[in-house]
Design a protein around this ligand. Structure first.
Ligand SMILES: *Cc1c(COP(=O)(O)O)cnc(C)c1O
Length: 343
């Protein structure tokens, strides 16, 4: 039975060609700056995003955390969307490790509202208030449905954050999904922020790793934090080579994943499933199980028994993600399975 894995785009496995490139990657000790593949990846990521410098990190979570550690100090305030990955799915690292005091913003539309920022700046010198240091944005926005926030809307909010004196960080785990969706260069987003983290390990198809990009001075400090957290690695070029391959080969094809997600929505809706509507859908979709449907566990198990893997994002809320290891016919087959299990 073919297993069709829609749990996340993180499940993508390195292709034959990527594995060959990894096997023969030139490597050295990256902590001495001697790893040519890691250096090449960093240079390419900086060029692609239009930032001065970049560095490889183990994960998106680590990239975000290091950005916060460099930009903020314990007791300062971090503004993050209440439905952001940073807030909901990074184990509270911003407070548990970076000591930041979080301030949740409404991001039901995929990005906090510009009007909400000024009130949180706490630039009133009130002795009771923490200083607000960082605003973190997310694009595409995962838990609201993979929303690709438009460059104009994104710039509007990011510029307001910078006007208020915040360090603006972009959790761009899937920023290339956003740039491909809107047909713009990724720098259209990145130029509006101080730092960006993006994942190599999701729809781009590398097995691991993320990049953190910013000014050279920022990345120099970030390297110290990466070392302190135990995230500096030696012959990391084996992974970096896969990342570079992913950036050079797998960006444009993200459009296919978006098409496949749209097709999945169409097929499910035709069968009576109320897929959560979102503006600018990229590679994911969410729907709720109704009272008459099986329990979450039963639903997931029955789909799995028929070869379809999917995620329960929160009780009664199912998420499906398209990526380079599921194709158009998998989408048709999986939609049929889901409809059968629900009927
Ligand atoms: C996956 C994800 C991350 C974290 O990446 P990991 O590599 O899994 O740590 C951060 N932000 C968003 C929006 C994500 O989807």
């Amino acid at each position: 039975m073919r297993i069709m894995d829609f749990r996340s785009d993180t499940v993508t496995k390195p292709s034959e060609e990527m594995r060959k490139i990894m096997a023969y990657a030139e490597v050295g000790d990256d902590i001495y700056g001697d790893d040519p593949s890691s250096n090449a990846l960093a240079a390419y990521a900086a060029e692609l995003t239009g930032k001065e410098a970049a560095m490889y990190v183990c994960s998106g979570t680590m990239g975000n955390l290091i950005a916060f550690l460099v930009a903020g100090r314990p007791g300062e305030s971090l503004l993050a969307g209440a439905r952001s990955h940073v807030w909901c799915a990074e184990v509270g690292g911003f407070s548990g490790v970076a000591g930041l005091c979080p301030y949740p913003l409404n991001d039901d539309e995929g990005i906090p509202r510009k009007e909400d920022l000024a009130a949180t700046s706490r630039a009133d010198n009130n002795i009771h208030h923490p200083d607000t240091t960082i605003l973190t944005l997310e694009n595409t926005h995962n838990f609201t449905g993979g929303v690709a926030v438009s460059p104009a809307k994104f710039a509007d909010v990011a510029r307001e954050g910078r006007r208020l004196g915040f360090h603006v960080h972009l959790d761009g785990a899937r920023i290339f999904n956003a740039s491909v969706f809107h047909g713009v260069d990724v720098s259209a987003y990145v130029k509006e922020v101080d730092t960006v983290q993006f994942c190599l390990s999701k729809g781009l198809g590398a097995p691991m790793g993320s990049m953190l990009c910013g000014t050279a001075a920022f990345i120099e400090k970030a390297m110290k934090w990466r070392k302190r957290l135990g995230g500096a690695q030696r012959q990391v070029g084996v992974a970096a080579a896969a990342g570079l391959y992913a950036l050079k080969n797998n960006i444009d094809r993200l459009a296919l994943d978006h098409e496949n997600a749209l097709n999945m929505v169409k097929l499910l809706e035709k069968g009576g499933v109320e897929v959560e509507p979102v503006s600018n859908r990229t590679n994911m979709l969410f729907f709720r199980l109704r009272d008459e449907h099986p329990s979450d566990e039963e639903f997931v198990a029955k789909c799995k028994a028929r070869g379809v893997l999917l995620n329960v994002n929160e009780p009664r809320r199912i998420r499906l993600v398209t990526h380079l290891d599921v194709n158009a016919s998998d989408v048709e087959e999986a939609a049929a399975v889901i409809l059968e299990v629900l009927s």
